[in-house]
Design a protein around this ligand. Structure first.
Ligand SMILES: Cc1cc2nc3c(=O)[nH]c(=O)nc-3n(C[C@H](O)[C@H](O)[C@H](O)COP(=O)(O)O)c2cc1C
Length: 161
């Protein structure tokens, strides 16, 4: 059986996820970021996480050549943030309506995120048309009683429980 990209995308859409915005700085110190739902945990000791990044993403060099990134887990109120960072805008931080701070690793931490993971890049693996970025978590933050933004079958969703 040959699996097409469309079939793969549709079937993967049945796997409900949270949504993150993952930020980095490029070689010129410019902030970059993208919306990603491929974020996952790898290891607790040491604390490792991963996400997969499309090789065609504009921000690919910032993640594969630089050594730091931050994963911002979005809250249910942050649909517009998700849309903003999923866009192909040239400089997503230039005309941004959303507040953010710079974390200890120099990458952007978005106000309103329900958790954040500051990472040092541990490894970059081949992954077909994506690269798999593994990060070692150096700092983390978590908001109590927060509600996540979810993604299922190509649509945003909220917890109903
Ligand atoms: C819900 C959602 C999840 C996404 N997850 C990923 C992902 O895990 N990896 C990825 O490379 N792109 C993902 N994308 C697409 C990127 O956010 C989008 O292509 C972005 O523009 C890439 O960054 P760039 O502007 O630097 O090219 C996702 C988009 C959405 C809306």
């Amino acid at each position: 059986m040959t699996v097409t990209p469309r079939e793969m995308r549709d079937a993967m859409g049945c796997f409900a996820t949270g949504i993150t915005v993952i930020t980095a700085q490029d070689a010129n110190g410019r902030h970059v970021g993208l919306t990603a739902n491929s974020f996952n945990s790898v290891s607790l000791e040491p604390p490792l996480v991963l996400f997969s990044l499309d090789r065609r993403a504009n921000c690919v060099d910032a993640f594969t050549l630089e050594m730091a990134f931050t994963v911002n887990v979005l809250g249910v109120e942050q649909q517009a943030v998700s849309n903003h960072f999923a866009s192909k805008a040239d400089d997503k931080f230039a005309d941004m309506d959303f507040a953010w701070q710079t974390g200890d690793n120099g990458c952007a931490m978005l106000d309103g995120a329900i958790a954040s993971f500051e990472c040092v890049t541990e490894a970059v693996h081949e992954g077909g048309d994506h690269v798999i970025i593994v990060g070692r978590v150096t700092h983390l933050n978590q908001v109590e009683d927060a509600s996540p933004l979810l993604y299922f079958q190509g649509r945003y969703a909220a917890l109903d429980c």
